[in-house]
Design a protein around this ligand. Sequence first.
Ligand SMILES: [Zn+2]
Length: 209
Amino acid sequence: MREPLKTLRHVPRRGNARRARLPRMKREFAPERLNVPGFTAAAATLEAADPVPDYERLVAELAIPAPDALVRWVAHGEERPGADGKATPWLHLEAEAVVPLVCQRCLSPVDSLLSVDRWFRFVADEATAEAQDEESEEDLLVVSRDFDLHALIEDELLMEIPVMPAHDVCPTPVQLSSSDEDFKAAEEAKPNPFAVLGALRSRKPEEGK
Ligand SMILES: [Zn+2]
């Protein structure tokens, strides 16, 4: 390997000396301790694709582990004039994940899309949030310089979990057969598959045991 051309690398860029004292233009924002006023004033955007296992409360709701599933999210900050004319911090959050939930018909995993698209307005404190909550269409959050965006994403995904996750069409419920012999007998009888589904739907889980 040849040495890099040091002479070229060290050629000073034009205007370098003058630029050196300017404030840093690029700010870094951390999702776990987000400087909300800074983020919204800069109209900044953060986005990531996090492994689902990073979201412990979400993992607790899953039918089976989902080590390869991702939470894709993008958060955008902006300032809007408030009722008092002062700049108010707003946050737009979009998040998406496909996770295996428990199908409430056949109790096996069903891949379910959780999708979040929501606006938040930040207020000074809890009291203000409570006072304005009723009349606000957007969700209210308390402004902070170390806001946990990760926790907000998880809260919102948890709220998107359907009350009754279910397959459009459940897979053949082989696992309900108590033995191979029962399974063979069921196969020989060849019942109408739709009749089988109907019977399963009307049966309560306790009776299946
Ligand atoms: Zn199912």
